[in-house]
Design a protein around this ligand. Structure first.
Ligand SMILES: [Zn+2]
Ligand SMILES: [Zn+2]
Length: 141
């Protein structure tokens, strides 16, 4: 059985977390919000929200509501973008920046989403599934 428990922290180390990955699959999002928030596409894994344990002294972790349905967590001391989740007190999943995990060797890119929002100046050289915004959102309707 693959161990999907991970730890991680922001760049300055004030915000630390432990969680259990839903799977080792990485999703790359090219939407405008992710690219603005990250300075590039977001590269994230998903985890069960009830597995997430965050320690953040001095309330370093801040949440920003980035759309009508989601908010993003970042360290207010060093600016590291860390989490995304649906609004509300009981989201099922957290998205977590893959770069923050202590073990990354077993991760693999599964799909790219919002590829119709990707600018031309960068590209990924892989054969993963490519979903437009409409194709991605159709999965939930
Ligand atoms: Zn930090
Ligand atoms: Zn996005």
């Amino acid at each position: 059985m693959q161990n999907l428990e991970r730890h991680g922290e922001c760049l300055c180390g004030q915000v630390k977390f432990a969680l259990t990955l839903q799977s080792p699959a990485v999703h790359v999002c090219h939407c405008n919000i992710c690219r603005k928030h990250n300075g590039g596409p977001s590269i994230t894994v998903s985890c069960q929200a009830d597995s997430v344990k965050i320690t953040s002294p001095d309330q370093a972790l801040k949440w920003y509501q980035s759309s009508e349905w989601a908010e993003r967590g970042f360290c207010s001391a060093c600016g590291t973008n860390m989490f995304s989740k649906l609004l509300g007190d009981n989201p099922m999943y957290y998205g977590v920046s893959a770069a923050l995990l202590d073990h990354q060797d077993d991760l693999f890119t599964e799909e790219h989403i919002f590829v119709d929002k990707k600018p031309a100046y960068y590209k990924f050289d892989d054969d993963c599934k490519m979903l437009t915004e409409a194709e991605f959102l159709a999965q939930f309707s």
